[in-house]
Design a protein around this ligand. Structure first.
Ligand code: BDP
Length: 724
């Protein structure tokens, strides 16, 4: 198995002989237009019945609906929207449950099953949910209703039209080239697009931004828009609406105008016209995603306009068409962050500072898209305080399925508990419970919009993300955006059954390793909230603690020979802790009440500072790095035991990753431990760090045709040297 079908393999279930008789013998889809998700639902159900149950069922359409109303013992499975059921003169019995947009009710009465969507998409989601149960060996026997927690459940793609050469690359993507672009334009062969949209729809994702936030100005040129129309047409049957990232300076960069001032009438006209043109091709465009005034990208701040004026420019152009502007809160000026000149400078402060005074100044169809933490997808971050500041503006959380900073799909990662650490966090706005998940769902501040965005990172690789296991995070993302209270263990077990089959050892091992993945990685990378300690300057991969200070990106650890950590307290530090509502600010401002796992995020302490656990900071670093890497050593061993219990190709490709990770975790362990040992001169109580009596350096072997080569950063190779 290559992984191309991911969790939608529809593999035969062990008890299919029995289940085959428990599902209806007919399928009726109440819409026969091929662009309709209801039609797709019918096709998908037939595909699922054939694969999962070895049961061939024809799909009939609306015209035959009445005749098949209720039929003998074999029953009918009917799928459609509330309105379509009513039009077909069918009873719509929702068991007194309410449906909201995209929600569905599955009504089970005798041998008949009605999958009733609030809209087309909801019907398809209901069908996928029913199939998910079948594929796990269960035939639903009682009626149930499911509604999404938030209206926006999008993926973001950081795909480039081209990358120097002819290929469409994916920024921070580790699964191959773009499925959308090639040679500066939309691909001719878009065959991966509907396959992908199918995966998205199966977990309730309803929107996809299809190009990089560092956007190319050509996106609004007719030849690109025509290509995107083909993409939209392929995704529409799956209920996935596409959207685009735009470059703020487009009118100037295309040479059409000599300004991009959002208040200039020609600029306004430009965007209105382009938007109208785009909607002629893609009438259901979801909207625009804007990265502006950040990391060298043009934006309103450079020309003395506010971020709200910038966002509203696009919102007004989209408004007549019903589109949404997702405006990113990831705004900071990488040219002004200078650690040596201003020790109070702190990139973590940027979002709240830049959005200060703007709450309520955005048009109704603007949503502020906020990364989960205040810096940038680090292994541990506190929840972004900006979620607490936007009471009159809808917000969405930005997550990453792709593992930038977090092992790039070569280290196993399962994001459930990391995401929950932010979504379940209580910001205590106005002294009242204010969970991040309730804010973004619109519940806390009564917003009609809001929700979730995740940087997907998929590419042409047959596994989509470059790793079989990594796909659990795309599955998880959809499940959590639909219901953030799903169980971390439950989701991974379901995913494993769907992806690897029913062997209980496989299910147990995947669950255990997945749940250990985040703490294990945190242990051998950056501990106690110090950030991930990857190379910051470029790859965001592999250990490079030295790059964490004095860099222009404002990701600093402030490590010196005695002490470490960013002092973000209110009086003496950068003041970041004060951006939280009072109860939370107080907790983080006080070193006693700051949890150990965020200690160095908020406080600068000597290496000898004693944690609540009783260890010193430096000894915790040493111990955690050994513990993390020791645990990673067990992964190949535990995986080995699964050979023959699952598909061989999936098994061996995953084994390869685990063996690599086990080795790289040792590189991490020693790089970080040696670096801080050198800096602090404090020995490891257990005598491990800096002493490797049994290690044989490659350079002390007899070498033919190899040369010694100094490694930069030095701490990533034992003895600072490798052979090439
Ligand atoms: C950082 C990435 C960079 C993105 C940026 C963003 O390293 O490639 O462009 O975030 O989110 O994490 O805009």
């Amino acid at each position: 198995e290559t992984g191309i079908d991911a969790w939608l393999r529809y593999a035969r279930v062990p008890n299919c002989g029995k289940l085959r008789h428990e599902v209806p013998g007919r399928i009726v889809a109440l819409n026969n237009s091929e662009a309709s998700p209801v039609y797709t639902a019918g096709q998908e159900l037939a595909l699922g019945f054939a694969g999962i149950l070895d049961k061939d069922v024809q799909v009939s359409d609306t015209s035959s609906a009445k005749h098949h109303g209720s039929h003998g013992h074999s029953g009918t499975l009917m799928v459609g929207t509330v309105d379509q059921f009513a039009d077909a003169s069918m009873d719509v019995d929702l068991d007194d449950d309410e449906l909201i947009a995209d929600g569905y009710h599955i009504s089970i009465s005798g041998s008949d099953v009605h999958i009733i969507g609030e809209n087309d998409r909801g019907a398809l989601y209901g069908a996928f949910n029913y199939l998910n149960a079948l594929a796990q060996g269960n035939v639903p026997s009682e009626s149930y209703t499911s509604n999404p927690d938030a209206p926006i459940r999008w993926v973001n793609h950081w795909d480039n039209l081209q990358d120097g050469g002819t290929h469409g690359s994916v920024e921070r993507g580790y699964g191959g080239e773009s499925i959308f672009y090639w040679d500066g334009s939309v691909r001719e062969d878009l065959s991966r697009v509907p396959q992908y949209a199918r995966l998205l729809a199966s977990v309730g994702i309803n929107g996809a931004i299809v190009n990089n936030v560092n956007a190319n100005e050509s996106m609004v040129e007719p030849y690109i828009v025509q290509g995107l129309q083909r993409v939209a047409d392929l995704m529409r049957p799956y209920g996935v609406q596409i959207g685009m990232s735009l470059n703020f300076a487009t009118p100037e960069l295309l040479g059409v105008l000599d300004t991009y001032d959002p208040l200039n009438q020609s600029v306004i006209d430009f965007w209105n016209q382009r938007t109208d043109m785009i909607y002629e091709h893609i009438p259901d465009l979801a909207g625009y995603l804007i990265k502006a005034s950040s990391e060298g990208q043009p934006g309103p701040l450079a020309i003395n306009r506010t971020l709200a004026e910038g966002a509203n420019l696009f919102a007004k152009a989209l408004q007549p068409h019903g589109g949404i502007t997702m405006f990113r809160a990831f705004v900071y000026d990488s040219t002004s962050l200078n650690e040596t000149e201003d020790w109070r400078a702190d990139r973590a402060n940027a979002a709240v500072e830049f959005f200060d005074g703007l709450d309520g100044k955005f048009d109704d169809n603007v949503v502020i898209q906020i990364k989960y933490g205040p810096i940038d997808f680090q292994v541990r971050e506190p929840a972004s305080p900006l979620f607490a500041h936007l009471k009159n503006t809808p917000s969405a959380i930005e997550l990453q399925v792709t593992q930038e900073y977090l092992g790039q799909q070569d280290h196993v990662m399962y994001f459930a508990d990391l995401w929950k650490s932010v979504l379940d966090f209580d910001l205590r706005v106005d002294g009242e419970q204010s969970l991040v998940k309730d804010i973004i769902a619109g519940r806390r501040f009564n917003q009609p919009l809001g929700g979730y965005a995740a940087v997907s990172g998929i590419g042409l690789n047959q596994t989509w993300l470059g790793s079989h296991l990594a796909m659990s995070n795309l599955y998880l993302y959809g499940q959590m955006a639909w219901n953030p209270d799903v169980s971390s263990a439950g989701v991974i077990e379901d995913w494993t059954r769907l992806t690897f089959g029913f062997n209980q050892d496989v299910i147990d091992t995947v669950r255990e390793i997945s749940l250990e993945a985040w703490p294990t990685y945190e242990n051998y990378t950056g501990n106690l909230g110090i950030q991930t300690l990857t190379d910051i300057l470029n790859a965001h991969y592999g250990p490079n603690p030295a790059s964490q200070d004095g860099n222009p990106w404002g990701q600093w650890t402030r490590a010196d020979t005695f002490s470490i950590g960013m002092d973000r307290t209110i009086e003496n530090g950068t003041g970041f802790a004060g951006q939280y509502p009072p109860e939370v600010a107080q907790m983080y401002d006080n070193i006693e009440t700051t949890p150990d796992d965020l200690l160095l995020w908020f406080h600068h302490v000597p290496y000898t500072y004693v944690l609540n656990s009783g260890e010193t900071v430096i000894q915790h670093f040493y111990n955690a790095h050994y513990a993390g890497s020791e645990n990673a050593q067990t992964f190949p061993e535990r995986w080995q035991a699964l050979q023959g219990k699952m598909d061989q190709q999936q098994w061996s490709e995953t084994m390869h990753k685990f063996v690599y990770q086990a080795g790289h975790s040792i590189v991490w362990r020693d790089a970080i431990n040696n670096f801080y040992y050198n800096l602090s001169d404090i020995p490891d109580e257990l005598g491990r760090v800096g002493h490797h009596p049994y290690r044989i350096e490659a350079e002390s072997m007899e070498l033919d045709n190899y040369e010694l080569y100094p490694v930069i950063p030095w701490n990533t190779a034992s003895n600072k040297t490798c052979i090439v």
